[in-house]
Design a protein around this ligand. Structure first.
Ligand code: MIG
Length: 818
């Protein structure tokens, strides 16, 4: 007998939007009823006050919540009953108490804050948004619509907006395609995508958030719906942008700009930012599938120190476990893990281990036994356990959407942590199952009490796994920051983990793709991201590996990783000149750690992305909507990777303003492309005039030596410019109690003088006093240098015209003049 409620064919249904609306792709001969969609008609009533407004058309109801001046949330209840308000992405929706105006005339209802107006048109229920200058930024091209789902209950939900001739789209997480999403149709459904290809979709993560830029004005749409979701950015019909999902509510946040940066900041306000990572996690990480046995692990550690290549973390992939059982050790390969990890720690290495969600069905395996007894594993609709084959063999899978299961999973890390493990890598959590790909649709999930099938929980499963890992580690580590990395995720995952882009390939195309993916993740709310440097599958040559290390030095998460069937792949594996160049760049990363850590703080505290594509600097320049190579790390350092073999030079676009070539200190006026030499030793790096870039001495690992001296690289500018410099203990949560130091530098140059002011906030005092100053680009020969009124007489000026001196006390005002 066919079970009508669980027809797996339903999962394959796709919709194509056409002029006349949506239609099923399925052949009616399959026995699936053709779609009969319903549209909102006429809003006959509008009521509301404060932050909540309701508009109705017969049974159908639309809710509008004013979150703050820039953000409004729209929800649709086709038959008048909204689902309970719960979201894994938005932990707490706290509408701000702000003045809101609600007005009505013949044509429309209107809800307005000081910055945004939402218009609900009376003729047809079209919803649009405009800014305080009455410029319409987003408007419906069709009224919201839905289709009843006779198989599972609920609705397919649709929204269609106007797409303008020069409107461009960004965001959506890790999609492996051009940075600009205009013309694309994409799907969110977490998928294990080994050796994925350019344009392959979907991949591992689902981030239903995009940014539109039209005529210089940006807005964002966050479609907070965890079901399989679809986006079409003027692909099917170039005048329409649509998003729809196979279930759940039509629920989206309209996020006003006008700048892309404002949109990203507001998105972070809803979904949270990444906590400060332990400082060591910003160092270089070495991974491979797998380093085993113990002798191999030790040899890799030794190799780094012998080659004097800085490294902070070495990873253990699945072979450290006993038959791939999580929380066990293969004692033949690793007879005394505690000692091995302690010895590595002695040498300055953190050990990071992998875990997978599949738990081997084995009554002699305590984790399985306990999970089974407590009924923590996922079950099918008719109560059978969800079973699937993964690395350990036949497995069952914890329901991470159950808070009790998360708590249990988190507690399982106590032994690993007692052994000294410092980081946990969460793999296969799409969830991935051999053969079938993932769970069947009927698998049930607790969903924190708001129960649902796998159709609803699939895209959040991985995020809840890494959340369980993160929260468990945080509890066990007490005041120490956990380090976690995840493959799968949904919006908000940044509150719990860093990510890597999954199983890429050792090719130049993937180097290009990885650069785009990291920028896109960064602007989609996932700041701590990186690719498998060198490419997971296949063999890079020395040149490709070195170009990847160079780009990777400017990925927030920097890790080399490779599949087991490839040749050895450490930074010294390719001989000279590659080893020396790789060392140089990894060293550069360690020199720039305080700058990178400060950029992380700007993310954590203020919601800025860490990597910023050029379009985020100058969204009003249409050409920039199509640039995807150059980006800034924070807002001071612009990087452009070399993405082709044998390239001697390449074009780099510099946004308006003055930039210094990092390697030569040459000053270049931006606003156009420049040709930059790209010998294997360098990639184009530029520093914005007016920046103050703090620099630590090179160390083999974070904390190798106490920091006695910090270099301050001051780049002269003839305008006023600010820089931040954040420091703290680097591994505790004391920053939450204001135990940190946030310094602000203000550079201001004139024709014959330069002033640098420093102010401080926070309760942390670094152990060093004063700085080693390097002043770059002075347009005059200095004769007088004073700090807080005291003369500095001991200074030097190099051939490159870099002025250097030290001052061993803290300072407020530095004055340099002709
Ligand atoms: O089925 O743990 O993406 O980084 O090395 C493959 C083995 C499972 C996939 C991950 C990859 C990891 C590998 N894992």
């Amino acid at each position: 007998m066919e079970d009508n409620t669980l027809n797996p064919k339903e999962l394959l249904n796709e919709f194509v939007e056409e002029e006349e609306g949506f239609r099923h792709l399925n052949n009616p001969a399959d026995g699936i009823k053709p779609i009969t969609k319903k549209y909102l008609g006429v809003p006959t009533h509008g009521v509301g006050s404060g932050s909540k407004y309701y508009f109705t058309d017969g049974d159908a109801k639309v809710e509008l919540i004013v979150v703050n001046e820039e953000i409004m949330r729209v929800r649709l209840a086709p038959h008048g009953v909204f689902l309970e308000d719960f979201s894994y992405a938005v932990p707490k929706l706290k509408p701000k108490n702000i003045p809101v105006q609600f007005t009505e005339d013949d044509k429309e209802f209107r809800v307005s804050t000081a910055k945004v107006n939402c218009h609900i048109r009376k003729a047809d229920f079209f919803i649009s948004f405009s800014d305080q200058n009455n410029v319409v930024t987003s408007s419906d091209a069709k009224a919201m619509h839905w289709e009843e789902n006779t198989q599972f209950g609920g609705y397919y939900v649709f929204s269609t907006k106007e797409c303008h001739p020069d409107e461009n789209f960004f965001g959506l997480g890790d999609k492996p395609t051009e940075l600009n999403l205009r013309g694309k149709r994409l799907v969110n459904w977490n998928t294990d995508a080994y050796s994925f290809a350019w344009n392959q979709d979907p991949l591992y993560r689902s981030i239903p958030f995009y940014i539109s830029v039209n005529e210089g004005i940006a807005h964002g749409i966050f479609f907070d719906n965890t079901f399989k979701a679809h986006f079409d950015f003027g692909g099917e019909d170039k005048t329409k942008t649509s998003f729809w999902a196979d279930g759940g509510e039509m629920q989206y946040y309209y996020i006003h700009g006008p700048h892309m940066m404002d949109v990203v900041k507001s998105y972070h306000l809803l979904t949270g930012t990444h906590p400060m990572p332990p400082l060591w996690a910003l160092g270089y990480h070495q991974c491979r599938w797998s380093y085993y046995p113990e002798a191999k692990f030790r040899a890799v550690a030794k190799g780094f120190r012998e080659h004097k290549i800085p490294c902070d973390a070495i990873y253990l992939d699945i072979d450290y476990m006993d038959g791939y059982r999580c929380f066990t050790w293969n004692r033949r390969y690793f007879p005394d893990p505690k000692k091995m990890i302690a010895d590595a720690a002695e040498m300055g290495f953190k050990t990071v281990v992998i875990v997978d969600p599949g738990i081997r069905v084995d009554d002699n395996y305590p984790v399985f036994k306990e999970g089974k007894e407590k009924k923590y594993f996922c079950r099918r609709s008719d109560d059978y356990y969800m079973e699937g084959h993964v690395w350990p063999g036949r497995c069952q899978f914890p329901d991470f959407t159950n808070p009790e299961v998360r708590e249990w999973w988190g507690s399982l890390f106590d032994e690993l942590i007692e052994y000294g493990v410092a980081g946990v890598w969460n793999d296969m959590n799409e969830p991935a199952v051999f053969g079938s790909g993932t769970f069947p649709a009927d698998v049930r999930h607790d969903y924190d009490g708001y129960r649902g099938s796998h159709r609803k929980a699939h895209n959040v499963y991985g995020m809840q796994m890494v959340r369980a890992t993160y929260e468990g580690m945080r509890k066990i580590l007490k005041n120490k920051r956990p380090f976690t990395i995840t493959r799968a995720g949904y919006s908000g995952l940044q509150r719990y983990a860093s990510v890597w882009t999954g199983d890429n390939v050792a090719s130049w195309e993937h180097l290009r793709l990885g650069n785009i993916q990291c920028q896109r993740l960064s602007m989609s709310g996932i700041p701590f991201c990186g690719t498998d440097i060198g490419g997971f599958s296949g063999e890079p040559d020395g040149e490709l590996f070195t170009r990847w290390i160079q780009l990777g030095s400017f990925s927030p998460f920097m890790r080399a990783h490779s599949a087991g069937d490839t040749k050895e792949r450490e930074p010294w594996s390719f001989g000279e000149p590659f080893t020396a160049i790789n060392r140089n760049f990894i060293e550069l990363r360690y020199r720039l750690l305080p700058y990178m850590y400060s950029a992380f703080w700007e993310h954590h505290r203020y919601g800025f992305p860490i990597l910023r594509p050029v379009v985020m600097q100058e969204q009003d320049v249409l050409k920039n909507h199509f640039r995807q190579d150059e980006f800034t790390y924070g807002d001071k350092i612009l990087v452009c990777p070399v993405l082709e073999p044998g390239q001697k030079s390449r074009k780099v676009y510099l946004p308006k303003g003055k930039w210094y070539n990092f390697w030569t200190n040459e000053v270049i006026t931006g606003g156009e492309e420049v040709e930059v030499p790209t010998p294997l030793e360098t990639i184009p790096i530029f520093v914005k005039a007016g920046s103050v870039i703090p620099e630590y001495p090179v160390m083999q690992y974070v904390g190798e030596k106490p920091i006695e001296e910090v270099k301050l690289n001051v780049y002269y500018s003839d305008y006023e410019a600010n820089s931040f410099f954040f420091e703290d203990h680097g591994e505790s949560f004391a920053y939450e109690q204001d135990i940190y130091s946030e310094k602000k530098f203000v550079v201001n140059g004139e024709e014959s003088s330069l002033t640098l002011n420093q102010s401080m906030e926070g309760l942390y005092t670094p152990r060093y006093d004063g700085y080693h100053f390097r002043v770059i680009g002075l347009p005059f020969t200095p004769t007088s240098i004073t700090i807080d009124g005291k003369d500095i007489t001991d200074f030097s000026i190099s051939d490159e015209k870099v002025l250097e001196f030290k001052y061993t006390k803290t300072f407020h005002t530095l004055q340099i003049s002709k």
